[in-house]
Design a protein around this ligand. Sequence first.
Ligand SMILES: [Zn+2]
Length: 406
Amino acid sequence: MNAPATIREVDPAPVSQEPSARALDMITRLVGYDTTSRDSNLALIDWVRGYLEGFGAATTLTFNDERNKANLFATLPARDGNRTSNGIVLSGHTDVVPVDGQPWDSDPFKVTRKGDRLYGRGVTDMKSFSAIGLAWVPEFLRRGLARPLHFALSYDEEIGCIGVRRLIADIVARGIRPAGCIVGEPTGMQLVVAHKGKMSWRCRVRGLEAHSSLTPKGVNAVQVACKIVSYITDRARGFRDAGRRDAAYDVPYTTVHVGIIQGGTALNIVPRDCRFEFETRHLPLDDPLRFFDDVRAYARSLLPEMHAVDPDTYIEFDHLSTLPGMDAAAATEISELGKACNGTHHFGKVSFGTEAALFHDVDVPTVICGPGHIEQAHQPNEWVSFEQLVRCEAFMARLADRICQS
Ligand SMILES: [Zn+2]
């Protein structure tokens, strides 16, 4: 999960039992693998692969270029042997954000139970959902799958939903056509059917150095960059005041923001270089490229004045990342299934991006629903409550009612 947000829906009545021992064991096991995004996740993947193959799953790994990280796609076939069509995907990323510099009271890679909470890196974002799905495999099989059940466990989600793209390309290439996907990012077990998209860029301004007593002989890259930043700020206001709105989001309009700026070397030098990075988090129906084209057109309008001093000055843009928005039609089978499984008629929309958009993009309707709250994600002493885990297990039980034969 890429950014904090709140989900504005009222929780149903709390439940008070404990999660099952098998769920707790599986969470403990998965958290025990340190799968910080910068490191390998292969130890976890190998263990889960072996576990699922022990239940007859067909498994495929897709690797990163260095082959030190992998996605696992596993299929438990339906009783009639079907393993390619009409299945349901349970999807989770295996990587977690770093604990460096965070004041933890316990070992982040050892699940610690205190009262009715579990503490550990990834208990919320997002190993508990995957663990509970895995823990329920024996029960799904005992009851007999009426349709395939897939697990999609990815790497490098936290650094831009990198890994899952290869997994998705692989299942498309192999003709696997799931009917729907449930991504278990922490939503407090609320059903989420839409999220904003994100696109980001870097702007590089090249000016001309001069002694600061001779400013007309130079081109001040910092000041040029700041003009573009101001333009972006104006556009942000425009989205807020006059843009499309969707009240289902915590921030109901498209946002843009500049997060990093660097430029200049000394106060007595007209700065030659300045660069900044900016992003938009847009409503699914807003086109981020239209915004970007406007920014670029504005930047072009600044060039004649720069070129009049030095024709070698420039303003260039690099594309950094794209994560599409997604808005699953409220009546898709997977959203109906999701509502049935978490026992609600409500669904929400969130401002953070997830892998759901990438499944959605290849026509696998996808919803997001997982235990834990985003406020606890990425924090020191990350925790998840038993109440959330119990609710997730109830979700799996109802899923079994709907995808199994008995
Ligand atoms: Zn996440």
